[in-house]
Design a protein around this ligand. Sequence first.
Ligand SMILES: Cc1cc2nc3c(=O)[nH]c(=O)nc-3n(C[C@H](O)[C@H](O)[C@H](O)COP(=O)(O)O)c2cc1C
Length: 194
Amino acid sequence: MTRRFLFVLGSSRSDGNTELLARRAAEQLPEGVEQQWIDLAAHRLPDFEDLRHDSDHVRPAQGNVALLLDATLAATDVVIASPLYWYSVSAHVKRYLDYWSGWLRTPGLDFKATMAGRTLWGVTALAHDEQEVADPLVGTLSNSAAYMGMRFGGVLLGNGSKPGDVLRDTEALAQAKTFFAREAPLARFPYETE
Ligand SMILES: Cc1cc2nc3c(=O)[nH]c(=O)nc-3n(C[C@H](O)[C@H](O)[C@H](O)COP(=O)(O)O)c2cc1C
């Protein structure tokens, strides 16, 4: 299967540090790997409604939900490019992930079986110097991948506050060069042992 990367941009501003870092990493993808970029701020999702135990979700036929669903189903690799907001993913990204819960219950999609074995990656920019403050974001993505039976490639972290700052984070730029070449093992919950 040809690899196809979906980059889900979750910042509330355009051309921010997260996107800059994600684009640096994406530049290294081999030719022939397809890339699709979707900016959630430009493709707004309505508030997620939890219908799981009520009526069935139906497959959206049009609009941003359909765009994101189709792009997600078509991706071998989903890259969540979210700035660190309050130590976790941005609200745009959180809402996109909430939709996954609906898609898990949408008849005819086989969302879990389709996504199992595919790879989830993260890219984030944060203002804090100590990267461990991003552990909740890393945990959100890693646990979500484990729940979905997906592989997890880890999170590329870069430092910056105002747009462009991350281009001075030489360590992050160096890591971007090889980030997508990493092994991405099947994700495991923290309580699972080898
Ligand atoms: C709503 C909001 C919450 C933020 N929360 C954090 C945080 O918890 N930790 C941190 O280090 N930086 C935080 N920041 C700073 C951003 O992570 C930082 O400016 C980052 O470069 C933004 O990424 P972007 O340029 O891709 O939008 C926050 C910024 C905003 C607007």
